[in-house]
Design a protein around this ligand. Structure first.
Ligand SMILES: Cc1cc2nc3c(=O)[nH]c(=O)nc-3n(C[C@H](O)[C@H](O)[C@H](O)COP(=O)(O)OP(=O)(O)OC[C@H]3O[C@@H](n4cnc5c(N)ncnc54)[C@H](O)[C@@H]3O)c2cc1C
Length: 384
């Protein structure tokens, strides 16, 4: 197949978007076909790689631990360069991330007030190397965040103070506002003015300079600008706590990433792939696309594998059946990492993911890197 043939990436979750970005950087033409959203809108936006050492202690420096991704044969240098590449790509997409100076996991809060290890954390999200006292502000109607419970858990967990402030919503606010409504309002000029005035009034009588944490509702397009203006006006950092899915952090990343790829000539096709061969893919609507194929279809959760009534599992893109032990707990780690096939497989659809041992982003990155290496090997062998 000539090298001018495009790459067809099936799936627009993190694995598909990362593979598309790396191919684009290498000068390839890329088409992304997906039947629905990937899982990014379910993420807070932080890219995890937590894992456990041989003594069952959490790994502090994910940067060093390629050996925790068994079967992917990545060396330390490739693994480290991969994290840097991902960070660089997110930067191009318009998402700045924080990483600890010694490349260890940062601590970032969940919705229940517990700090958990995260590796690459977007600038808008609260993340620290050591716990500190905080002030948490929320507004009526944001039901996901129970301020009292959050503060209690935070104090128990970190032994640090957490002051809470509950405020009424703005004029025009109704109890039906979802985080998406809030974000739309706060992206507007009037919303930004209201937020800054309200926070200033709320913090009037608090003299400490500890960071202010707010629920993840601070806009979609102007988040960083709004948070940085607030920092100047209030004289202390203002950062977000992620809410339950759909999470605005992941929505921001997914939107900016797609926009970046579209702006660089990547074509997006909304369709379901129902057949794959050595020449390309067949689409549910009847058409076909030719090119070299990479499946980033996300396993059972992403819709890439379908559990049928007779308890067999099939690959929705190829129609092939998938081996499964029959145990429900094994469903999330099944996959098809078939090195001999005519197409590549990355992300959750490659299988082998173990939620107790490594975070989703680490698995996405490991499988994409392993596939990129295999592709280079193939080009190198073909050239000899
Ligand atoms: C609620 C939730 C929260 C999570 N939070 C985090 C987090 O904060 N940090 C973290 O690191 N990990 C997180 N994870 C784990 C992470 O989501 C997965 O590891 C990751 O989604 C795998 O990405 P993927 O690109 O392989 O698949 P997905 O994101 O599932 O994408 C699959 C894509 O393939 C498409 N597709 C499937 N079949 C077909 C077909 N036949 N034709 C066309 N398109 C098709 C889908 O429409 C979709 O676009 C979370 C997971 C869940 C469920």
């Amino acid at each position: 197949m000539p090298m001018t043939e495009p790459w067809i990436i099936v799936g627009k979750g993190p694995a598909g978007l990362l593979a598309a970005s790396l191919l684009l950087e290498q000068g390839h033409r890329v088409v992304v076909v997906a039947k629905g959203q990937g899982s990014l809108p379910l993420w807070s936006g932080a890219l995890d790689f937590y894992s456990w050492d041989t003594k069952q202690h959490p790994v502090k420096a994910p940067y060093d631990h390629a050996d925790h991704l068994s079967g992917l044969s990545l060396n330390r240098e490739q693994w480290q360069a991969g994290w840097e590449d991902w960070r660089r790509i997110l930067q191009k997409v318009g998402v700045q991330t924080q990483v600890s100076p010694d490349h260890e996991n940062l601590l970032s809060p969940t919705l229940s007030g517990v700090l958990v290890p995260r590796y690459l954390v977007p600038e808008w999200q609260y993340a620290v190397t050591d716990p500190e006292p905080v002030t948490v502000v929320s507004w009526d109607g944001i039901l996901d965040l129970d301020l009292h419970l959050w503060a209690e858990r935070y104090q128990q967990h970190t032994k640090m103070a957490a002051k809470t402030i509950q405020r009424p919503g703005p004029q025009g606010w109704t109890a039906r506002w979802t985080p998406l409504h809030w974000a739309g309002y706060l992206d507007s000029e009037s919303g930004r003015r209201w937020l800054a005035d309200d926070l200033e009034a709320a913090l009037d009588d608090t003299f400490d300079q500890c960071p202010v944490l707010v629920p993840q509702i601070i806009g979609i397009r102007h988040t960083e600008e709004i948070l940085s203006d607030l920092r100047v006006r209030l004289g202390r950092p203002v950062k977000e706590i992620p809410l339950i899915a759909p999470c605005l952090g992941g929505v921001r990343i997914a939107e900016r990433w797609k926009e970046y790829l579209l702006g660089h000539g990547v074509r997006f096709v909304a369709d379901e792939v129902v057949g794959v061969d050595g020449f390309g893919v067949q689409l549910a609507t009847g058409g076909a696309l030719s090119g070299r194929v990479v499946l980033a279809t996300g396993g059972v959760l992403g819709g890439g594998f379908r559990l049928q009534w007779d308890r067999t599992v099939i690959n929705t893109a190829t129609g092939q059946s998938i081996a499964w032990s029959g145990k429900p707990e094994d469903l999330s780690c099944i996959g098809v990492s078939d090195a001999n096939s005519l197409w590549g497989v990355v992300g959750r659809s490659a299988g082998g993911w173990d939620g107790d041992r490594h975070g989703g982003a680490g698995h996405v990155l490991g499988t994409v890197l392993a596939w990129v290496n295999a592709m280079h090997e193939e080009v190198y062998c073909a050239a000899r």
